[in-house]
Ligand binder design. Structure first.
Ligand SMILES: [Fe+2]
Ligand SMILES: [Fe+2]
Length: 134
């Protein structure tokens, strides 16, 4: 089975090595979860993969916010708000899973949106700031 989420450097690279590396790890965790979901793996395994993804997301957002602070990115507060929102949605998917015992396709629609809209649209802005083009 081919990976569902692709690391497309031309589209997703921010030219910030540490964040690019973390985004690739994030995509790896998304692919693991998607693979388990598609192959109808035991719910416990899917739940574990989801927790790994959720935990890594918390770490990534914290690292990213530290990076934005370091480069003096003026949109830090707004970006933090977007992260908080995403974490809330991740939390809701986790709660739904606990209640229903399974994930749904909507989770993967959400994850895809996150990759394209967040990395390309929102993360790209701090990269542009760090690289001096506004
Ligand atoms: Fe971000
Ligand atoms: Fe990010």
């Amino acid at each position: 089975m081919s990976d569902y989420f692709h690391w497309d450097a031309a589209k997703l690279s921010l030219d910030v090595a540490e964040m690019d590396r973390e985004h690739q790890v994030l995509i790896g965790h998304m692919n693991t979860l998607h693979r388990l979901y598609e192959s109808k793996a035991p719910a416990a395994d899917q739940g574990k993969a989801f927790t790994t993804l959720a935990d890594y997301t918390v770490k990534h957002f914290a690292d990213e916010e530290r990076y934005m602070e370091k480069v003096g990115y003026p949109g830090l507060r707004v970006h933090q708000g977007v992260h908080k929102n995403l974490l809330e949605r991740v939390g809701t998917f986790g709660k739904d899973f606990k209640a229903k015992g399974k994930f749904g396709d909507d989770l993967f629609v959400f994850l895809r949106m996150w990759l394209t809209a967040h990395i390309c649209g929102v993360d790209m802005k701090y990269s542009n700031h760090a690289h001096g083009s506004h």
